[in-house]
Design a protein around this ligand. Structure first.
Ligand code: SF4
Ligand code: SF4
Length: 289
């Protein structure tokens, strides 16, 4: 069991792009991948209280209190200067929230919601909190109508999924690359667990959507698209497949200079996947210029 508390990087009271319907989204802090193309890199690290962000805060919202860096939401102007200044890709504005804190927020917004999605960072790093939270929601008569989803990179062993799936309605799973060396280069981790997770989730009937980020010169190759097609067919021809297009928004480091993925390339890949017999191929909902 967790102590019922998790480090929350951010929450959205309403989103239509994080699963089916209108959803409350909780972004938990910390990730076991270090994706060079991450568009939320400040959710990856854990704050070491180094203090580097305090000096760049223009509103005095960050202070050192003993060895800790403390954030005061009152004067914060949400400029995100602290995020850019952090050497460890952490976020000094992270708040510790209890299961009851989240239940309270859900109750305030429940009439407008179809469900809750827990994302990250990597949501499954907080597995005990997820299980406690989902169990509490399913036991609450006024919240039991909410569907409970996880947005994950799949880097979780089968034993972990077996613990959380009984209280989970669906999982959106990112596959970052099929070629093992490319996956290591893009994420800093192997892809064997993610691929095993895709199979386990499909078998359990809990794979809501498989997601694949197309990056020019990396994951847009015929070999990668062919491997994606093969996996989706193995999981079932009705596997819902979402193609995302690499863009610069939020990206830090060398990948910020990489070319964005052109719309024509994503549409061509979607055509190949559909022609192979995959029924549900979803394109990005928003195309950035
Ligand atoms: S976003 Fe960060 S740097 Fe900007 S005002 Fe808030 S705490 Fe300070
Ligand atoms: S958020 Fe980053 S820069 Fe700020 S104290 Fe923590 S580790 Fe240092």
């Amino acid at each position: 069991m967790s102590d019922g508390v998790a480090a929350v990087s951010k929450f959205l009271t309403w989103s239509v792009v994080d699963g089916p319907g209108n959803r409350f989204v909780l972004f938990l802090q910390g990730c076991n991948y270090h994706c060079v193309t991450c568009h939320n890199p400040h959710t990856i690290g854990v704050c070491s209280d180094c203090g580097a962000c305090v000096a760049v805060c223009p509103s005095g919202a960050l202070k050192k209190s003993g060895r800790k860096v403390v954030h005061d939401p009152g004067p914060c102007i949400s400029c995100d200067s602290c995020l850019s200044a952090c050497p460890t890709r952490a976020n000094p504005m992270v708040r510790r929230m209890t299961v009851n804190d989240v239940l309270e927020l859900l109750r305030r917004n429940a009439p407008f919601l179809n469900g809750l999605t827990v994302s990250g960072g990597e949501a499954t790093l907080h597995l005990d909190f997820l299980i406690d939270l989902f169990t509490a929601i399913k036991a609450a008569p006024d919240l039991a109508h909410l569907t409970l989803f996880i947005d994950s990179n799949g880097n979780l062993p089968a034993e972990g999924w077996q613990r959380v799936l009984p209280v989970t309605d669906g999982v959106m799973l990112d596959i970052k690359a099929f070629d093992p060396e490319r996956h290591r280069r893009l994420t800093g981790a192997d892809n064997d667990l993610s691929l095993a997770s895709a199979r386990l989730l499909a078998e359990a009937g809990k794979l809501y959507e498989l997601r694949f980020l197309m990056i020019p010169g990396e994951t847009d190759s015929p070999e990668e698209i062919s491997a994606l097609s093969a996996l989706a067919h193995e999981l079932g021809p009705h596997t819902r497949l979402r193609l995302n297009a690499f863009q610069h928004h939020g990206v830090r480091g060398p990948a910020a200079t990489w070319a964005p993925m052109p719309r024509a390339g994503v549409e061509a890949a979607a055509g190949v996947l559909q022609a192979s017999g995959l029924a549900e191929v979803v394109l990005p909902s928003v195309w950035l210029p």
